[in-house]
Design a protein around this ligand. Sequence first.
Ligand SMILES: Nc1ncnc2c1ncn2[C@@H]1O[C@H](COP(=O)(O)OP(=O)(O)O)[C@@H](O)[C@H]1O
Length: 183
Amino acid sequence: MSGDHPARTSPVIVITGTPGTGKSTHAQLLAQESPVPLRHINVGDIVKDKALHEGYDDEWQSYVVDEDKLLDELEPLASAGGVILDWHTCEIYPERWVDLVIVLRCDHTRLWNRLEKRGYPLNKIQENNQAEIMETVLDEARSSYAQEIVIELKSESTEDLEENVSRIVQWITTWRKDRGEET
Ligand SMILES: Nc1ncnc2c1ncn2[C@@H]1O[C@H](COP(=O)(O)OP(=O)(O)O)[C@@H](O)[C@H]1O
């Protein structure tokens, strides 16, 4: 079943969403404000830095991930708990790893502007924009994990960011209390 890992006293929080929705921004602030130490893992960076891939796809300007290698790399971190997994996809993690899945959402015009500023090529902007409109990541999260641990949050303004992070901080406190841990 999802989430229950007796050895863990700190949760594994997945922050996912279409590129540009604000995953890294949320993960950084959450790592700062969390009542327990949380390590922010930018999964895309690990794939690149540790070469957990089968090469680079020039057309899409992204790495073709070697999922087995990636899961081997993440397993000890997830088992210990106290991590934020920041990536634009979430279905590869085993259910037993994951305590909470945050799916960030953003209005598509705003998202387009964010990706344009990032210098993405047009095909990549279009693909991501379409994915956001079609709720691809949300569907993926809902079909991979128990409904009650998947939370969809709007990420369009600084107010959204601050409110979302304080909601997650409250969730962490409750999660720990439920396990007899004080924060
Ligand atoms: N809630 C938000 N309000 C305002 N700007 C945001 C918000 N979330 C993200 N941004 C901005 O959008 C851009 C992409 O954010 P980032 O966290 O890198 O997205 P991701 O990690 O999902 O690709 C950054 O310039 C960031 O400052």
